[in-house]
Design a protein around this ligand. Structure first.
Ligand SMILES: [Zn+2]
Length: 170
């Protein structure tokens, strides 16, 4: 039994999304949304930024703990975002998609439907993020025109990703 997400919770979730500041904060929010909608959780993932062909948004290496986000697309999204909410919505939906794969759910349609259903329940039917979960090009049509076709050899590993189980002295 999953808990009820009220209309007030949805408003709250949208305003929280707006305020998130980095990869870690967005990912923590992804994890808590998946836990509240699907009661699923896991830890220990690593995040890499990787320059890739624009047809690839991100990938999860099967059987590994690695999620890689396409840094070429992410830069374009940053450039075309009209608000932090739009940028974070993109990051959220991409991380959500790969996080769901990391549970061993391989089927693309299943993951897409689960992502869309989560956004509807967690943020609301008509929110930008829910449209983005359906198709990011509806929000960023300009990006559909960009062609980049190679996999770069460089990776950037995001430090301290998915480390919420650890404690730090500040
Ligand atoms: Zn996928």
């Amino acid at each position: 039994m999953t808990k009820i997400i009220t209309a007030e919770d949805k408003i709250d979730n949208n305003s929280r999304l707006l305020d998130l500041k980095d990869f870690n904060e967005v990912f923590e929010f992804v994890k808590s949304s998946v836990n509240s909608v699907y009661e699923m959780k896991r830890a220990g993932l690593s995040l890499m930024l990787h320059g890739m062909p624009t047809r690839v948004g991100a990938y999860h290496v099967l059987g590994s703990n690695v999620i890689a986000i396409n840094s070429i697309l992410l830069d374009l999204v940053r450039k075309h975002s009209t608000s932090n909410y739009e940028y974070n919505s993109y990051l959220f939906t991409v991380l959500l998609h790969e996080y769901l794969h990391s549970f061993g759910i391989l089927d693309e349609n299943t993951v897409r439907n689960m992502s869309l259903r989560l956004c509807k329940k967690f943020f609301g039917e008509n929110q930008v993020i829910t449209v983005m979960a359906e198709d990011p090009l509806k929000i960023f049509p300009q990006i559909g025109l960009v062609r980049f076709d190679k996999f770069e050899n460089k990776f950037e590993l995001i430090k301290n990703f998915d480390n919420s189980n650890q404690t730090y002295i500040r």
